[in-house]
Design a protein around this ligand. Structure first.
Ligand code: SF4
Length: 332
């Protein structure tokens, strides 16, 4: 603890001296979240990176997030404390594969989840996050063909909620895809009163969404509310929400117990913001090894030595900025 206090003190000193801001994703280690100036989901982090006056942004997240911050704020120095912090979902498609896919569907509109490289964003028309994917797709004229990438579960969820037929890239995040329908059934049996909150990237999403929609057509109990999809089945509610949506929902809900189906780093913030409420992970080992690469000693080193800078080549950044700007304009 003494060691951690010393690290925190030194991080705070350098952050002030260098006019730096520390941004952390909701999946970061608890101690990293606790020293951050802002903790949030991809959309919130991108917006904060766009608005900050700080000269240095220390991005405690994964590489594509730091790239996005650098594209939005090219005049700032964007640092990531560990260059190895990648993303298995982002790695499922590269720019060449996307160009080939576009050739098969000339004139189609490309919607890329923010979990993509700068080169893939540069080939895209829109970016989206899990908070605003539905609204981004809704904003595209209905006569347009859509290529949605790279997450197949978020794609299936978005297609179902918007009623749009889309071509969906068959990529997945190994952490979210590992949360299966049976995990959800087991934990719901253990905590039947708890509300169930599912990230739409999860492997269980499609099955649950289909069941919810089928059920709603029979008894009218399911509804969409713009920020997610919910259903009452006599026990807890089931909702599909981004990590930002989960925080809002848990805070505003009168319920006391929640099952959380996403990366387990999310539980730290939920518990911190909601003392008196109980949160259970849908799967204990839903842990992203890339997110957990960022530690306090690495954050300190990043500030001390101003490493590792993430810079996107100007030509790519210029093209990638357009779909990112569109993402930032469309609210969740
Ligand atoms: S949890 Fe999945 S999508 Fe998120 S950074 Fe890790 S690998 Fe990528």
């Amino acid at each position: 603890m003494v060691e951690q206090n010393k690290l925190t003190e030194e991080i705070n000193r350098l952050r002030n001296d260098k006019n730096a801001i520390i941004l952390a994703h909701n999946y970061q280690l608890p101690e990293v979240q606790d020293i951050a100036d802002y903790t949030g989901d991809s959309l919130g982090l991108s917006r904060t990176a766009a608005e900050t006056d700080a000269q240095i942004i220390v991005f405690c997240g994964v590489h594509f997030m730091a790239e996005t911050a650098s594209i939005i704020s090219p005049e700032k120095k964007v640092l990531i404390p560990d260059l190895g912090a990648g993303c298995s979902l982002s790695d499922t498609i590269d720019a060449r594969q996307l160009r080939d896919w576009k050739k098969e569907h000339p004139g189609a509109v490309v919607v890329s989840y923010v979990n993509t490289s700068a080169e893939v964003k540069a080939e895209s028309d829109y970016c989206c996050t899990s908070s605003n994917a539905v609204n981004v797709v809704d904003s595209i004229p209905r006569n347009k063909e859509i290529l949605f990438l790279p997450d197949m579960f978020l794609g299936a969820y978005t297609a179902k909620v918007t009623g749009r037929k889309m071509h969906i890239w068959q990529g997945e995040c190994h952490v979210h895809a590992g949360i299966r329908e049976q995990d959800i059934r087991d934990i719901r049996d253990t905590h039947p009163e708890a509300d169930m909150v599912i990230h739409p990237e999860c492997g269980c999403t499609t099955n649950f969404l289909y069941h919810s929609l089928e059920s709603s057509s029979h008894n009218g109990s399911a509804h969409t509310n713009g920020s997610g999809y919910s259903k009452t089945n006599g026990t807890g509610h089931i909702k599909f929400l981004s990590t930002g949506g989960m925080l809002k929902y848990a805070k505003e809900s009168e319920k006391k117990e929640f099952i959380i189906a996403t990366e387990t780093g999310m539980l730290h913030r939920l518990r911190k913001d909601n003392p008196g409420k109980t949160f259970y992970p849908a799967r204990e080992n839903a842990v992203c090894k890339y997110m957990k690469m960022i530690t306090l000693p690495k954050v300190l080193k990043s500030l001390q030595e101003e490493v590792f800078e993430v810079k996107v080549p100007a030509k790519t950044a210029l093209r990638a900025k357009k779909p990112i700007d569109r993402m930032l304009e469309i609210t969740a």
